[in-house]
Ligand binder design. Structure first.
Ligand SMILES: NC(=O)c1ccc[n+]([C@@H]2O[C@H](COP(=O)([O-])OP(=O)(O)OC[C@H]3O[C@@H](n4cnc5c(N)ncnc54)[C@H](O)[C@@H]3O)[C@@H](O)[C@H]2O)c1
Length: 352
Protein backbone atom coordinates (compact mmCIF):
# COMPACT_ATOMS: atom_id res chain seq x y z
CA UNK A 1 0.00 0.00 0.00
CA UNK A 2 1.60 3.27 -1.15
CA UNK A 3 0.09 6.37 0.39
CA UNK A 4 1.04 10.04 0.54
CA UNK A 5 1.46 12.15 3.68
CA UNK A 6 -1.74 14.25 3.47
CA UNK A 7 -4.28 11.44 2.86
CA UNK A 8 -2.61 9.29 5.53
CA UNK A 9 -2.76 12.18 8.02
CA UNK A 10 -6.44 12.75 7.16
CA UNK A 11 -7.21 9.12 7.95
CA UNK A 12 -5.23 9.14 11.21
CA UNK A 13 -6.91 12.37 12.38
CA UNK A 14 -10.33 10.83 11.66
CA UNK A 15 -9.49 7.63 13.60
CA UNK A 16 -8.36 9.53 16.70
CA UNK A 17 -11.30 11.95 16.52
CA UNK A 18 -13.63 8.95 16.27
CA UNK A 19 -12.23 7.60 19.55
CA UNK A 20 -12.89 10.90 21.32
CA UNK A 21 -9.80 13.08 20.80
CA UNK A 22 -10.31 16.80 20.19
CA UNK A 23 -9.27 17.73 16.66
CA UNK A 24 -6.07 19.50 17.82
CA UNK A 25 -5.03 16.38 19.75
CA UNK A 26 -5.91 14.09 16.84
CA UNK A 27 -3.82 16.32 14.55
CA UNK A 28 -0.86 16.35 16.92
CA UNK A 29 -0.83 12.53 17.15
CA UNK A 30 -1.40 12.13 13.39
CA UNK A 31 1.35 14.57 12.42
CA UNK A 32 3.81 12.84 14.73
CA UNK A 33 3.03 9.28 13.59
CA UNK A 34 3.05 10.14 9.88
CA UNK A 35 6.27 12.12 10.30
CA UNK A 36 7.90 9.03 11.85
CA UNK A 37 6.97 7.10 8.70
CA UNK A 38 8.20 9.95 6.51
CA UNK A 39 11.64 10.01 8.14
CA UNK A 40 11.91 6.22 7.81
CA UNK A 41 11.04 5.06 11.35
CA UNK A 42 8.02 2.91 10.46
CA UNK A 43 8.33 1.28 13.89
CA UNK A 44 7.08 4.55 15.43
CA UNK A 45 4.65 5.54 12.71
CA UNK A 46 1.07 4.57 11.94
CA UNK A 47 1.76 0.97 13.01
CA UNK A 48 1.09 2.42 16.50
CA UNK A 49 -2.57 3.24 15.75
CA UNK A 50 -4.02 -0.18 16.77
CA UNK A 51 -2.26 -0.30 20.18
CA UNK A 52 -3.04 3.36 20.95
CA UNK A 53 -6.74 2.80 20.21
CA UNK A 54 -6.73 -0.43 22.23
CA UNK A 55 -5.19 1.40 25.19
CA UNK A 56 -7.86 4.12 25.02
CA UNK A 57 -10.55 1.44 25.06
CA UNK A 58 -8.92 -0.41 27.93
CA UNK A 59 -8.66 2.76 30.05
CA UNK A 60 -4.85 2.80 29.88
CA UNK A 61 -4.54 6.02 27.83
CA UNK A 62 -6.91 8.99 27.96
CA UNK A 63 -8.06 11.46 25.32
CA UNK A 64 -7.94 15.23 25.90
CA UNK A 65 -5.85 15.21 29.05
CA UNK A 66 -3.99 18.44 29.84
CA UNK A 67 -0.42 18.42 31.13
CA UNK A 68 -0.27 19.46 34.79
CA UNK A 69 2.72 21.45 36.04
CA UNK A 70 3.65 19.82 39.35
CA UNK A 71 6.58 22.14 40.12
CA UNK A 72 8.38 24.96 38.33
CA UNK A 73 11.46 27.03 39.11
CA UNK A 74 13.32 29.29 36.66
CA UNK A 75 14.97 26.39 34.91
CA UNK A 76 13.37 23.19 36.23
CA UNK A 77 9.84 21.94 35.73
CA UNK A 78 8.08 18.71 36.63
CA UNK A 79 5.07 17.94 34.48
CA UNK A 80 2.45 15.25 35.05
CA UNK A 81 1.25 13.83 31.74
CA UNK A 82 -1.94 12.50 33.38
CA UNK A 83 -1.82 9.40 31.17
CA UNK A 84 -2.73 11.54 28.18
CA UNK A 85 -1.34 11.13 24.66
CA UNK A 86 2.44 11.28 24.84
CA UNK A 87 2.70 13.32 21.65
CA UNK A 88 0.62 16.12 23.18
CA UNK A 89 2.58 15.97 26.44
CA UNK A 90 6.03 15.81 24.85
CA UNK A 91 5.27 18.70 22.48
CA UNK A 92 3.99 20.73 25.42
CA UNK A 93 7.01 20.10 27.67
CA UNK A 94 9.38 20.85 24.78
CA UNK A 95 7.67 24.22 24.23
CA UNK A 96 7.93 24.90 27.95
CA UNK A 97 11.63 23.95 27.98
CA UNK A 98 12.27 26.23 24.97
CA UNK A 99 10.67 29.16 26.81
CA UNK A 100 12.64 28.48 30.01
CA UNK A 101 15.98 27.89 28.25
CA UNK A 102 15.36 31.04 26.19
CA UNK A 103 15.23 33.06 29.43
CA UNK A 104 17.86 31.29 31.51
CA UNK A 105 20.16 29.52 29.03
CA UNK A 106 19.36 26.09 30.43
CA UNK A 107 16.23 24.14 31.25
CA UNK A 108 15.55 20.66 32.55
CA UNK A 109 11.95 19.56 32.19
CA UNK A 110 10.76 16.23 33.55
CA UNK A 111 7.62 14.65 32.16
CA UNK A 112 6.17 11.68 34.05
CA UNK A 113 3.01 9.60 33.84
CA UNK A 114 2.58 10.16 30.10
CA UNK A 115 1.34 8.03 27.22
CA UNK A 116 3.87 6.76 24.65
CA UNK A 117 5.91 9.73 23.36
CA UNK A 118 6.70 8.01 20.04
CA UNK A 119 9.79 8.94 18.05
CA UNK A 120 11.90 10.77 20.63
CA UNK A 121 14.00 12.51 17.97
CA UNK A 122 10.96 14.62 17.09
CA UNK A 123 11.17 16.36 20.47
CA UNK A 124 14.92 16.95 20.32
CA UNK A 125 14.47 18.28 16.76
CA UNK A 126 11.65 20.60 17.91
CA UNK A 127 14.07 22.22 20.37
CA UNK A 128 16.89 22.35 17.81
CA UNK A 129 14.59 24.11 15.34
CA UNK A 130 14.24 26.86 17.98
CA UNK A 131 18.05 27.09 18.25
CA UNK A 132 18.69 24.90 21.32
CA UNK A 133 20.93 21.93 21.95
CA UNK A 134 18.62 19.25 23.34
CA UNK A 135 19.09 15.97 25.20
CA UNK A 136 16.08 13.73 25.77
CA UNK A 137 15.98 10.53 27.82
CA UNK A 138 12.87 8.33 27.86
CA UNK A 139 11.87 5.23 29.85
CA UNK A 140 8.75 3.41 30.90
CA UNK A 141 8.00 2.62 34.50
CA UNK A 142 7.61 -1.00 33.50
CA UNK A 143 4.76 -1.36 30.99
CA UNK A 144 7.47 -1.45 28.32
CA UNK A 145 10.01 -3.64 30.14
CA UNK A 146 11.78 -5.46 27.30
CA UNK A 147 15.54 -5.56 27.71
CA UNK A 148 17.82 -8.01 29.55
CA UNK A 149 20.88 -6.72 31.43
CA UNK A 150 24.34 -7.72 30.22
CA UNK A 151 25.03 -11.18 31.62
CA UNK A 152 21.34 -11.93 32.32
CA UNK A 153 18.26 -12.92 30.35
CA UNK A 154 15.28 -11.61 32.32
CA UNK A 155 13.67 -8.33 31.26
CA UNK A 156 14.93 -5.59 33.55
CA UNK A 157 15.09 -2.38 31.44
CA UNK A 158 12.84 -0.56 28.97
CA UNK A 159 14.09 0.29 25.46
CA UNK A 160 15.32 3.54 27.02
CA UNK A 161 15.91 5.80 23.99
CA UNK A 162 18.18 8.82 23.96
CA UNK A 163 17.82 11.67 21.45
CA UNK A 164 20.39 14.46 21.17
CA UNK A 165 20.00 17.29 18.67
CA UNK A 166 22.34 20.15 17.80
CA UNK A 167 21.15 22.99 15.58
CA UNK A 168 23.01 23.51 12.31
CA UNK A 169 22.77 26.94 10.73
CA UNK A 170 20.89 26.82 7.44
CA UNK A 171 20.04 23.12 7.61
CA UNK A 172 18.45 20.29 9.55
CA UNK A 173 20.00 19.56 12.97
CA UNK A 174 22.52 16.90 13.81
CA UNK A 175 20.29 14.30 15.43
CA UNK A 176 21.19 11.09 17.22
CA UNK A 177 17.97 9.26 18.03
CA UNK A 178 18.50 5.74 19.30
CA UNK A 179 17.16 3.24 21.76
CA UNK A 180 19.82 1.78 24.05
CA UNK A 181 18.86 -1.74 23.02
CA UNK A 182 20.04 -3.67 19.98
CA UNK A 183 16.72 -3.20 18.15
CA UNK A 184 13.67 -1.03 18.89
CA UNK A 185 10.64 -3.17 19.84
CA UNK A 186 8.64 -1.53 17.06
CA UNK A 187 11.15 -2.91 14.55
CA UNK A 188 10.58 -6.44 15.90
CA UNK A 189 6.84 -5.78 15.40
CA UNK A 190 7.47 -4.60 11.81
CA UNK A 191 9.55 -7.77 11.10
CA UNK A 192 6.83 -9.92 12.73
CA UNK A 193 4.16 -8.28 10.54
CA UNK A 194 6.25 -8.78 7.41
CA UNK A 195 7.22 -12.38 8.29
CA UNK A 196 10.92 -11.37 8.28
CA UNK A 197 13.71 -12.30 10.70
CA UNK A 198 15.43 -9.69 12.88
CA UNK A 199 19.22 -9.22 12.69
CA UNK A 200 21.39 -11.66 14.65
CA UNK A 201 22.49 -10.50 18.10
CA UNK A 202 19.36 -8.46 18.80
CA UNK A 203 17.01 -10.79 20.72
CA UNK A 204 17.04 -13.90 22.90
CA UNK A 205 14.31 -16.41 23.71
CA UNK A 206 12.80 -16.97 27.16
CA UNK A 207 15.73 -19.23 28.11
CA UNK A 208 18.37 -16.72 26.99
CA UNK A 209 19.21 -18.48 23.69
CA UNK A 210 20.07 -16.17 20.76
CA UNK A 211 17.43 -16.14 17.98
CA UNK A 212 16.45 -14.11 14.91
CA UNK A 213 12.78 -15.22 14.95
CA UNK A 214 10.50 -12.32 16.03
CA UNK A 215 7.72 -14.82 16.95
CA UNK A 216 9.87 -16.06 19.84
CA UNK A 217 9.99 -12.54 21.23
CA UNK A 218 6.17 -12.40 21.42
CA UNK A 219 5.76 -16.02 22.64
CA UNK A 220 4.51 -17.00 26.09
CA UNK A 221 6.85 -16.85 28.00
CA UNK A 222 8.38 -14.04 25.94
CA UNK A 223 11.98 -13.41 24.91
CA UNK A 224 13.97 -10.26 25.59
CA UNK A 225 15.97 -7.67 23.65
CA UNK A 226 19.71 -7.35 24.25
CA UNK A 227 21.35 -3.98 24.99
CA UNK A 228 23.22 -2.50 21.99
CA UNK A 229 27.00 -2.84 22.06
CA UNK A 230 27.12 -5.15 25.09
CA UNK A 231 27.95 -3.47 28.40
CA UNK A 232 28.10 0.03 26.82
CA UNK A 233 24.46 0.07 25.74
CA UNK A 234 23.53 -1.64 28.98
CA UNK A 235 25.28 1.10 30.99
CA UNK A 236 23.52 3.84 29.01
CA UNK A 237 20.21 2.03 29.48
CA UNK A 238 20.70 1.94 33.26
CA UNK A 239 21.46 5.68 33.25
CA UNK A 240 18.30 6.41 31.23
CA UNK A 241 16.37 4.55 33.95
CA UNK A 242 18.00 6.91 36.47
CA UNK A 243 17.41 10.14 34.50
CA UNK A 244 13.99 9.44 32.99
CA UNK A 245 12.76 7.11 35.74
CA UNK A 246 14.19 7.95 39.17
CA UNK A 247 14.71 11.70 38.59
CA UNK A 248 11.37 12.50 36.94
CA UNK A 249 9.34 10.55 39.51
CA UNK A 250 7.98 8.35 36.72
CA UNK A 251 9.83 5.42 38.28
CA UNK A 252 12.35 2.92 36.92
CA UNK A 253 11.24 -0.23 35.12
CA UNK A 254 9.58 -2.83 37.29
CA UNK A 255 7.47 -5.94 36.78
CA UNK A 256 3.69 -6.06 36.88
CA UNK A 257 2.93 -2.58 35.48
CA UNK A 258 -0.32 -3.02 33.52
CA UNK A 259 0.04 -0.11 31.10
CA UNK A 260 2.67 1.75 29.15
CA UNK A 261 3.50 4.92 31.06
CA UNK A 262 6.43 6.91 29.74
CA UNK A 263 8.64 9.51 31.33
CA UNK A 264 11.04 11.90 29.62
CA UNK A 265 13.77 14.15 30.91
CA UNK A 266 14.60 16.95 28.44
CA UNK A 267 17.64 19.11 29.00
CA UNK A 268 17.97 22.16 26.77
CA UNK A 269 21.04 24.39 26.44
CA UNK A 270 21.17 27.70 24.64
CA UNK A 271 24.45 27.68 22.64
CA UNK A 272 24.27 31.49 22.42
CA UNK A 273 24.87 31.66 26.17
CA UNK A 274 28.07 29.59 25.81
CA UNK A 275 29.64 30.98 22.63
CA UNK A 276 29.06 33.88 20.27
CA UNK A 277 26.39 32.59 17.87
CA UNK A 278 28.73 32.74 14.89
CA UNK A 279 31.54 30.91 16.67
CA UNK A 280 29.32 27.95 17.56
CA UNK A 281 27.61 27.76 14.16
CA UNK A 282 30.94 27.99 12.32
CA UNK A 283 32.54 25.27 14.45
CA UNK A 284 29.57 22.93 13.95
CA UNK A 285 29.80 23.45 10.15
CA UNK A 286 33.57 23.04 10.12
CA UNK A 287 33.36 19.79 12.02
CA UNK A 288 30.65 18.37 9.73
CA UNK A 289 32.85 19.10 6.72
CA UNK A 290 35.88 17.58 8.45
CA UNK A 291 34.01 14.34 9.26
CA UNK A 292 32.65 14.10 5.73
CA UNK A 293 36.13 14.55 4.27
CA UNK A 294 37.19 11.09 5.57
CA UNK A 295 38.05 8.51 2.94
CA UNK A 296 35.23 6.02 2.50
CA UNK A 297 35.49 2.26 2.89
CA UNK A 298 33.40 1.63 -0.23
CA UNK A 299 34.82 3.24 -3.37
CA UNK A 300 32.63 6.28 -4.14
CA UNK A 301 30.86 5.83 -0.80
CA UNK A 302 29.50 8.63 1.32
CA UNK A 303 29.64 9.62 4.96
CA UNK A 304 26.36 10.69 6.51
CA UNK A 305 25.98 12.74 9.67
CA UNK A 306 23.48 11.57 12.33
CA UNK A 307 20.06 12.81 11.22
CA UNK A 308 20.87 12.76 7.52
CA UNK A 309 19.29 9.35 6.75
CA UNK A 310 16.00 10.69 8.20
CA UNK A 311 16.15 13.87 6.08
CA UNK A 312 16.78 11.82 2.94
CA UNK A 313 13.89 9.53 3.75
CA UNK A 314 11.67 12.57 4.39
CA UNK A 315 12.50 14.00 0.96
CA UNK A 316 11.99 10.66 -0.85
CA UNK A 317 8.78 9.66 0.95
CA UNK A 318 7.27 13.15 0.69
CA UNK A 319 7.75 12.87 -3.08
CA UNK A 320 7.02 9.18 -3.68
CA UNK A 321 4.70 8.27 -0.80
CA UNK A 322 4.97 5.98 2.22
CA UNK A 323 4.95 2.21 1.64
CA UNK A 324 2.93 0.33 4.28
CA UNK A 325 3.04 -3.47 4.38
CA UNK A 326 -0.27 -5.32 3.89
CA UNK A 327 -0.54 -6.55 7.48
CA UNK A 328 0.00 -3.10 8.98
CA UNK A 329 -2.49 -1.56 6.53
CA UNK A 330 -5.14 -4.22 7.20
CA UNK A 331 -4.70 -3.71 10.97
CA UNK A 332 -5.22 0.05 10.51
CA UNK A 333 -8.31 -0.53 8.35
CA UNK A 334 -9.71 -2.97 10.94
CA UNK A 335 -9.04 -0.45 13.72
CA UNK A 336 -10.75 2.29 11.69
CA UNK A 337 -13.76 0.00 11.23
CA UNK A 338 -13.86 -0.68 14.97
CA UNK A 339 -14.19 3.06 15.72
CA UNK A 340 -16.98 3.53 13.17
CA UNK A 341 -15.03 4.27 9.98
CA UNK A 342 -15.87 1.40 7.61
CA UNK A 343 -13.73 0.55 4.56
CA UNK A 344 -15.67 2.84 2.16
CA UNK A 345 -15.15 5.78 4.55
CA UNK A 346 -11.43 4.93 4.75
CA UNK A 347 -11.28 4.95 0.93
CA UNK A 348 -13.06 8.31 0.89
CA UNK A 349 -10.65 9.78 3.48
CA UNK A 350 -7.56 8.68 1.58
CA UNK A 351 -9.11 9.80 -1.70
CA UNK A 352 -8.71 6.38 -3.30
N1 LIG B 1 9.18 6.09 22.78
C1 LIG B 1 9.91 5.04 23.04
O1 LIG B 1 9.80 4.43 24.08
C2 LIG B 1 10.93 4.54 22.06
C3 LIG B 1 11.66 3.40 22.41
C4 LIG B 1 12.62 2.94 21.53
C5 LIG B 1 12.85 3.59 20.33
N2 LIG B 1 12.13 4.71 20.02
C6 LIG B 1 12.35 5.38 18.73
O2 LIG B 1 12.61 4.40 17.74
C7 LIG B 1 13.37 5.00 16.71
C8 LIG B 1 14.40 4.02 16.23
O3 LIG B 1 15.35 3.73 17.24
P1 LIG B 1 16.56 2.77 16.89
O4 LIG B 1 17.29 2.46 18.11
O5 LIG B 1 16.04 1.64 16.05
O6 LIG B 1 17.45 3.72 15.96
P2 LIG B 1 18.32 3.33 14.68
O7 LIG B 1 19.16 2.15 14.96
O8 LIG B 1 17.42 3.33 13.47
O9 LIG B 1 19.31 4.59 14.60
C9 LIG B 1 18.82 5.85 14.24
C10 LIG B 1 19.90 6.87 14.44
O10 LIG B 1 21.09 6.50 13.75
C11 LIG B 1 21.44 7.49 12.77
N3 LIG B 1 22.00 6.81 11.62
C12 LIG B 1 21.50 5.73 10.98
N4 LIG B 1 22.32 5.38 9.95
C13 LIG B 1 23.32 6.25 9.93
C14 LIG B 1 24.47 6.42 9.11
N5 LIG B 1 24.76 5.60 8.10
N6 LIG B 1 25.30 7.44 9.37
C15 LIG B 1 25.04 8.30 10.39
N7 LIG B 1 23.97 8.19 11.21
C16 LIG B 1 23.13 7.17 10.98
C17 LIG B 1 20.15 8.19 12.48
O11 LIG B 1 20.35 9.49 11.95
C18 LIG B 1 19.50 8.22 13.86
O12 LIG B 1 20.05 9.24 14.65
C19 LIG B 1 13.91 6.30 17.28
O13 LIG B 1 13.18 7.34 16.65
C20 LIG B 1 13.56 6.24 18.76
O14 LIG B 1 13.26 7.48 19.35
C21 LIG B 1 11.18 5.19 20.87
Amino acid sequence: MLIHKQPLERLVVAIFEAVGCRVDEARCVAEHLVEANLVGHDSHGVIRIPPYIAWVREGKLFANREPKIALATDSIALVDGQLGFGQVMARHVTRLAIEMAGRHGIAAVALANSGHVGRVGAWAAQAAAAGFVSLCFVNTSGGGILVAPTGGFDRRLSANPIAIAVPVRGGPPLLVDISTCAIAEGKIRVAFNKGHNVPAGAIIDAEGRPTTDPRVFYADPPGAILPFGGHKGYGLGVMVEMLAGALTGGGCSKLGVPRLEQAMLSVLLDPRKFQAEDVFATEVRRYIEFVKSSRTVAPGGEILMPGEPEERSRAARTKNGIELDEKTWSQIVATADSVGLPADKVQELIGA
